[in-house]
Structure formats: C-alpha cells, structure tokens
Design a binder for this molecule. Structure first.
Ligand code: GRG
Ligand code: ZN
Length: 341
C-alpha cells in the first residue's frame, strides 16, 4: 500500500483552520503538543512553511511562557514539563530556538522539578511519572544544560521503575508499558547510561509486542496501535534491535491505518484519523526507513536529525565513550590506580 503524503500534509494544515470546532476548543489545554505533532510530521515529510506561518507560530509559542520561565499548553495556562518540552522542540523545528527568552532560566525551571529521590514532578503540584524524567532530560539535552540536575539520582530512580520483564512503568512497581519504556530508554540514552538496561530482555519483550496484524501493542494481550510504532520502536532503535521485529509487516500496518481520501492516520485500520497518530505513524515509517521520507526522525529526541544538527545536539548521546563514575558495574570500571611506591 502506498504512502499518501500529500493528503497527510493537507490534513495537518487543515487542523489549524478548524478554530470554530468543538474538537479545537476541547483540546486547548494541549495545543502546544498538538502543534509539535503536526509541525514535526511536516518536517519529516520535508514540507516548507511560509515566513508568515513561522512568525505566527513563534509568536504564539512565546505567548505561552509564564513568569516561572516554564510553558503552558496554551496562553494563560500553568507551566508544565510536557508543554515546556513541546515549546522548546517547536522553536527548534521552526529554526527559532534563539528567540527563547533566557534559556538558562528555562533550564533552571526544569531542573527545579527534580525531587531528592531523582524523580521529576511534571509541575509545581508534583505528580511523578517517568514521562517527566524524559521531558526533563530532553529539554536539558536540547538546551545543553544537563549539568543542572543530578543524573546519577535520576538513573537510580529509573532503575527502581524497571520490572523483571526488563520493561518500565510510570513509577516504581507499575506495569511495563511501551510508552513509559520510550521515556525511560530515551532518558537513559540522553544520560549515556544504557548500562542500566538489560537490553536483550527488554528487546525480547518489545519484539513480542508485534501482533498478527503487523502492528505493535503497548503491553501483552492488548490491541495493536499505530502510536507504539513510535513508543516501542524507538527503544528498539536506540538498542540497535529493530531487526528483532518484522519491519515490513509493521510498515504495512501503519499504511493500512491511513485515511487515503481525507489524509491522516488512525490508531487502527478504519478508525478516525487524528494528528497524534498521524505524527507517530509517519515517525515510525521514518525510523523504519520506509516511504522515502526526506528528513529522518531521531529516536532519542523525537525531532529530525537536521534540527539536532542545527543546534549542535548529539543525535546518539548513548554511543559516546563514557568514563564510569563510582558505583559503576565492575565490567565497566575504570582501570585501578597505579600502585603507590
Ligand atoms: C516528545 C514524543 C515525545 C514525548 C514526550 C508525553 C511523553 C513524553 C511520553 C508519553 C509516553 C506514554 C505514556 C505513551 C503512551 C500513550 C498511550 C497510548 C496510552 C494508552 O494507554 P492505554 O492503557 O492503552 O489506554 P493500551 O494500548 O495499553 O490499551
Ligand atoms: Zn495510540
């Protein structure tokens, strides 16, 4: 089945015109992330924006920044790590990260959400979730300010969220789930700490998520869903284990979820398309190297490689040689000091 890119571009562009609809009003609280899904999908497909569009988006994004330096999901909404990450990603995609007011203060806002046990709260109210560890790692990686947090403690918290199946949940003791696995593996990649994983065990668990339809599910016995073509596949990509699934079958499932007339991609074949599954479907196809998409998505930062290059962000932080610190596994320990005379 073919990829109907032109229809997807039309579908995404139309979303911004539907300002009078219930759907638009009902999603106000997460508009920042919605815009990120749409613009990142257009970026993967190499769709240019006009200068007028770029300026309008940048102005709108900056209008969502609050006194505490964080960003809300819409103007006047409280700051949250989810939307602060989307805002930073959007400014980078638009080539306007330079317009971010006082990036050090934004980085400090993010770092201040770390708790003493290494976890991150999503906002000042303090709900903890491994999603927020990823958001913090990604924001600080993009802003080149990882030194502001305690990385060892953050890794320690993630270790506590790891289950005996090799996967991760939202907090210690929570069931393994594809979405949280992306967050934990992505954060560990940014921290260059993949040594915290059992990559073979996790690789097996993820490979077993492929269903008879070719699509991936997020946990055992669940239905396949296009968005796991991002959540699960990124973890496999970061661990160099994409061939552990059948890529052609997965691509076939994603393509079968396209609305070939109106554009957009849905969670499952014949369901209604939405911008979230459109983005994750296109991002999954990009990770699989299918459909000749011009700008490759990066599995760690969830942005195209061209944007990372522009801002000098290492696309594979987990592949850098690492000098182990105290408490590292013995097989990775630094050589012993020379004997004293
Ligand atoms: C920059 C890409 C990016 C992400 C930012 C928000 C975030 C960080 C990560 C979210 C990770 C996550 C938890 C994704 C899962 C979303 C999802 C499909 C939830 C559905 O869960 P269930 O239990 O669905 O309703 P299943 O498929 O298990 O039936
Ligand atoms: Zn989904």
């Amino acid at each position: 089945m073919s990829f109907v890119g032109d229809a997807h571009v039309r579908f995404i562009r139309k979303l911004n015109e539907k300002k009078e609809t219930f759907e638009y009003v009902a999603t106000e609280h997460l508009r920042m992330s919605g815009l990120y899904w749409g613009l990142c999908a257009l970026d993967i497909m190499g769709t240019p924006l006009s200068q007028e569009e770029i300026d309008g988006f940048v102005q709108w994004i900056l209008s969502c920044q609050n006194e505490d330096a964080g960003f809300g999901g819409s103007p006047g909404h409280d700051s949250h790590l989810l939307y602060t990450l989307s805002a930073i990603q959007l400014l980078a995609i638009l080539g306007h990260l330079e317009d971010l007011h006082n990036p050090e203060r934004v980085a400090q806002y993010v770092a201040a959400l770390q708790h003493p046990d290494g976890s991150f709260g999503g906002d000042r109210w303090g709900e903890i979730d491994t999603r927020f560890t990823y958001c913090a790692a990604c924001c600080l990686g993009l802003l080149h300010h990882l030194e502001l947090i305690n990385v060892d403690q953050a890794v320690e918290f993630l270790r506590r969220c790891m289950n005996i199946d090799g996967g991760f949940g939202s907090c210690p003791g929570a069931e393994s789930h594809g979405g949280q696995i992306f967050c934990c593996v992505g954060a560990l990649a940014i921290f260059n700490r993949l040594d915290a994983l059992d990559q073979d065990l996790l690789g097996w668990w993820l490979a077993e998520r492929q269903t008879d339809l070719g699509g991936l599910n997020g946990r055992p016995e669940k239905e396949p869903d296009v968005c796991y073509s991002w959540w699960n596949l990124t973890a496999l990509a970061i661990m160099d284990r994409v061939p552990w699934i059948d890529p052609d079958a997965l691509a076939g499932f994603i393509l079968a979820c396209q609305d070939r007339e109106e554009g957009g991609i849905s969670d499952r074949p014949e369901d209604e398309a939405d911008v979230y599954h459109t983005f994750f479907g296109i991002a999954g196809l990009s990770l699989l190297g299918k459909c000749d998409l011009p700008n490759k998505i990066n599995p760690v930062y969830a942005m195209t490689e061209r944007v990372l290059a522009r801002y000098h962000v290492d696309p594979a932080p987990h592949k850098k040689p690492r000098t182990p610190g105290p408490g590292s596994r013995p097989d990775q320990a630094a050589p012993p000091p020379p004997p004293s005379s």
